[in-house]
Design a protein around this ligand. Structure first.
Ligand code: NAP
Length: 334
């Protein structure tokens, strides 16, 4: 594919991920020759302000999407299952949903780790947001010290549930401050002034699907099918950027300083680890940043010199979705 003047389609262009896809392409000077913004009949015909100017939203059709060179899909998994293979007959499809992530013939890509896979495919899966953010921090540690076990606990923002999730949090906060009832339609319970240890559906093993995605997808991205990874995923009342507390047991002995030295050089990572200056990863700082912040690095009390604790914060609409997707597109034309 020529790297110039590409016809790019964004399906789901009015959603939380779609809006960021447009911003990231513009900010990274992605070679967009023509941009078509697709959505459902709810938004078709409306105009939206973008960094590329005022654009009219087009009603999605497979025929029109197939005419693009690259199509970013930012709709549901069911939508992707139905339409991605058809669109991929004409365009390179980069899908943000979970529909194809575990298919053997579909690469699941975090460009810092396995970007080389982007050149061969017609359909590429973008990983789960929590997984992508953790992977950027864990991969350099895996290469340097070998990961033996990984335990993740997450603190996930409302926008992980898209624009409706953000709206419900804002409305809930306003209602709560007025002493009114806080409604819960997007989330299983009121999110404002609460934390909810439940994201996606419960599985037979007691984990949620969001938690199992971290296990399944990390193994696939790392090419480590037996890596023990366990996660507890929790929704918290922040608007944007997921944080994660991560404990690892390592094959080789490791000191916090050795881990910091590795992470300081790692692509996509910003080391923020000066507790004495009150500097550590936080959503308020990591929001709208491309890099994933990593800090609070210390020797884990249980695994001793073969274990680490760390805290990460990454903008899940960027590295967990739009940025990673555009990086995949960049890798595909490099
Ligand atoms: N939010 C995150 O942090 C995040 C991170 C990683 C991956 N993802 C995944 O990315 C995808 C999009 O998530 P989101 O958070 O951006 O959701 P969202 O804010 O709810 O946006 C959904 C988008 O899909 C469009 N859409 C819905 N039905 C459609 C149809 N039949 N035809 C065409 N467009 C349709 C909507 O357009 P209308 O304006 O017409 O309704 C809207 O633009 C999901 O698969 C999600 O799991 C999300």
């Amino acid at each position: 594919m020529s790297a110039e003047n590409l016809h790019v389609g964004v399906i789901g262009a009015t959603g939380a991920v779609g809006v960021e896809l447009i911003n990231v392409m513009f900010d990274r000077n992605f070679p967009v020759g023509e941009l078509t913004l697709f959505a459902s009949e709810r938004s078709a015909g409306k105009t939206v302000e973008t960094k590329y100017g005022t654009k009219t939203v087009t009603l999605f059709s497979v025929e029109d999407a197939k005419k693009c060179d690259i199509v970013f899909l930012a709709v549901s998994g069911d939508f992707a299952k139905e339409y991605a293979p058809q669109i991929a007959e004409g365009a390179l499809v980069i899908d943000n949903s979970s529909a194809f992530r575990l298919n053997d013939d579909v690469p699941l890509i975090v460009p810092e780790i396995n970007g080389d896979l982007a050149k061969k495919a017609k359909l590429i899966a973008n990983p789960n947001c929590t997984t992508a953010i953790a992977a950027v921090a864990l991969w350099p540690l895996h290469q340097a010290f070998g990961l033996k076990k990984v335990f993740v606990s997450t603190y996930q923002a409302a926008s992980g549930a898209g624009q409706p999730g953000m709206n419900e949090l804002r409305e809930g906060l306003a209602s709560g401050l007025k002493g009114e009832e806080i409604k819960a339609e997007v989330f299983a319970h009121p999110l404002a002034f609460n934390v909810i240890p439940h994201i996606d559906t419960f599985q037979d093993n007691g984990y949620t699907r969001e938690e199992m995605k971290v296990t399944w997808e990390t193994r696939k991205i790392f090419g480590a099918p037996d890596l023990p990874v366990s996660c507890t995923a929790v929704r918290i009342p922040t608007e944007r950027t997921h944080s994660e507390s991560i404990v690892v047991e390592t094959e080789k002995a490791v000191t916090p300083q050795e881990a910091r030295d590795v992470l300081a050089k790692a692509k996509g990572v910003k080391l923020v680890d000066n507790p004495e200056k009150l500097e550590y990863p936080m959503p308020i700082n990591a929001t709208r940043q491309y890099d994933v912040e990593v800090g609070r690095i210390r020797t884990n009390l249980i695994f001793g010199d073969h274990g680490l604790e760390l805290f990460v914060a990454g903008d899940q609409l960027l590295k967990g979705a739009a940025l990673n997707a555009v990086q995949i597109a960049e890798a595909s034309i490099a």
